[in-house]
Design a protein around this ligand. Structure first.
Ligand code: FES
Ligand SMILES: [Fe+2]
Length: 396
């Protein structure tokens, strides 16, 4: 039986291991090099399995709760199997619906977010309550009689936990985020207190790149100083990871170069170590959460339908609210804008061109067998989970 980890102990162990790694120029490793083929990233049948057996089976994050702070606040999101509206109910709970009118299937909501007391279809003006019930049928004395209670919006399983909104993109499933996370990751997320933070200006990108290439790119500590020599590579260590594997999800520690002052010393974890380290969580199947000294970053990746060549990446910064930060509003805004600018410039100018190029290169039919090194531990664990989900589908 696994029990919730003592994070002080986990951080302490990881910190000591990381300092030894840095001293010896080594890192945590997987048992073997793994060969792989380019078909993993362009095969249409694989993409269908991933859409259905991963995103149609397990919970993943679609928003931070603060993006739906008030009653009737909604967002519209494009998930692999469904286009979805997520909306805060009068009683504070959350519901998610397929974004399609039950009359002839028009798109009910076309804006990415808003506040709505009634969803009114643009085609023939049928309307729906925020709880999904069909409220009015236009010219109903000519339309004919039918059971309106059976023609509300189609509901998807959704749950709020640890400050995030989680969905399974399949009406036929029930959601239980705690059991999906397992006791270790559930208690780690609990300890971060993300429900007390606010999401600052979330960014969505559509990329011409397979979602796994995108996810891999942000699990990768091997590329830092080579792909980002003048930015992240200046501040962060490369190829040095201390990882705790929880079987499905995992946690790992990487470091800033300012940690070097402690190499060779007998130090233990104390709160000031957040200034020299980054704690990351991989939340299977598609999410990377990074805990920095002042904020949390969340990166999510998902395919567009069953297209192996297209994905949606969402980036979030979660920070203390203006009130909790004690900053002047203008100062607060400036601080997070600067943070976003730095993040986006690294991503846009440095990561995206490489990752998009990988997708183009892997479309070569004779690209040859490639290799994932023993040092690329996080990517091995990501593949392990993708493989497990694709192979253990309840659809068979
Ligand atoms: S399609 Fe929505 S009212 Fe006709
Ligand atoms: Fe990068």
């Amino acid at each position: 039986m696994s029990i919730a980890p003592d994070m002080q102990e986990v951080r302490d162990r990881a910190l000591r291991k990381l300092l030894t790694h840095l001293n010896d120029s080594v890192t945590d490793q997987w048992a073997d090099i793994a060969p792989f083929e380019s078909t993993d990233y362009r095969d249409p049948a694989t993409a269908v399995h991933e859409r259905d057996r991963i995103f149609g089976e397990v919970p993943f994050i679609v928003a931070h709760s603060s993006e739906l702070a008030g009653k009737n606040d909604f967002i519209a999101v494009e998930l692999p199997r469904n286009k979805v509206i997520v909306i805060r109910q009068k009683n504070g709970s959350i519901k998610a619906f397929v974004n399609a009118c039950r009359h002839r299937g028009a798109e009910l909501v076309s804006e990415p977010s808003g506040k709505c007391r009634v969803f009114s279809c643009p085609y023939h003006r049928w309307s729906y309550d925020p709880n999904g019930e069909l409220r009015t049928v236009t010219l109903d004395d000519t339309f004919g009689n039918f059971d309106r209670s059976a023609f509300g919006l189609i509901e998807l399983p959704v749950e709020e936990r640890h400050g995030f909104v989680w969905i399974i993109d399949n009406t036929q499933r029930t959601i239980d985020v705690a059991s999906w996370l397992g006791p270790e990751m559930d208690s780690i997320l609990e300890s971060f207190g993300i429900d007390r933070l606010v999401s600052v200006d979330p960014h969505t990108y559509r990329r011409p790149t397979n979602w796994k290439i995108m996810q891999d790119g942000f699990l990768d500590n091997y590329h830092v100083k080579y792909a980002h020599p003048n930015t992240a590579g200046k501040m962060l260590h490369t190829n040095a990871v201390a990882l705790e594997d929880y079987g499905r999800h995992f946690w790992f520690l990487t470091s800033r170069k300012s940690i070097d002052q402690f190499i060779g010393q007998d130090v233990s974890w104390d709160p000031s170590m957040v200034n020299h380290t980054i704690e990351s969580c991989f939340l299977a199947p598609n999410t990377m959460l990074l805990k920095h000294a002042t904020h949390i970053e969340l990166l999510t990746f998902r395919p567009v339908g069953a297209n192996p060549n297209e994905s949606i990446m969402q980036m979030r910064i979660m920070a203390p609210s203006v009130e909790d930060s004690g900053l002047e509003e203008a100062h607060w805004t400036k601080r997070w804008k600067k943070n976003w600018d730095i993040l986006i410039s690294i991503l846009h100018d440095e990561d995206f061109p490489i990752l998009d190029g990988s997708q183009r290169a892997l479309s070569s039919l004779d690209a040859g067998t490639m290799l994932l090194g023993r040092n690329e531990l996080a990517s091995h664990l990501f593949r392990r989970e993708v493989r497990r989900l694709v192979e253990s589908s309840s659809e068979g």
